[in-house]
Design a protein around this ligand. Structure first.
Ligand SMILES: [Zn+2]
Length: 137
């Protein structure tokens, strides 16, 4: 699997592809859906380099919502063309609510993947340099 897809879909660190972005891997444990590691537990990548970094992930989430809405509309139109608009809106609301924990995390992972390159060989170097920097403080 391509690194960007693996990182985005499985919520792995975009730099090493080994560390998890979220401590609880199941996004449907709703208490922990938004809880995220501050740094990669394997390579030490800072997941939030500046305050408000993940505001940009809302654009990705918006694109997901539009794509899901279009897909649900097309399926609805093909499978149940005689039903009304209200039934479509109820169905769309249910689908979006059920998918929202996964799309929330995936949007953050995709946003982080826009700015971080896959560098599997540098994971130990960066981890070591970060540990040295941490010990100097
Ligand atoms: Zn990592």
């Amino acid at each position: 699997m391509l690194p960007k897809f693996k990182s985005s879909l499985l919520h792995k660190c975009p730099r090493c592809l080994k560390g998890d972005m979220f401590p609880d891997r199941n996004p449907y444990h709703l208490r922990n859906t938004a809880r995220m590691h501050s740094h990669c537990p394997v390579c030490g990548l800072n997941y939030e380099p500046e305050p408000g970094y993940f505001y940009g992930a809302m654009y990705v989430s918006y694109a997901f919502t539009v794509a899901i809405s279009v897909a649900v509309f097309l399926l609805y139109y093909v499978l149940m063309p005689q039903q009304g608009v209200l039934a479509f809106l109820v169905l769309l609301s249910i689908v979006l609510a059920l998918l929202s924990p996964y799309t929330f995390r995936t949007s953050r992972a995709i946003w982080l993947n826009f700015f971080v390159r896959y560098q599997p060989s540098q994971q130990h170097e960066s981890s070591d340099s970060q540990n040295q920097a941490g010990s100097l403080k």
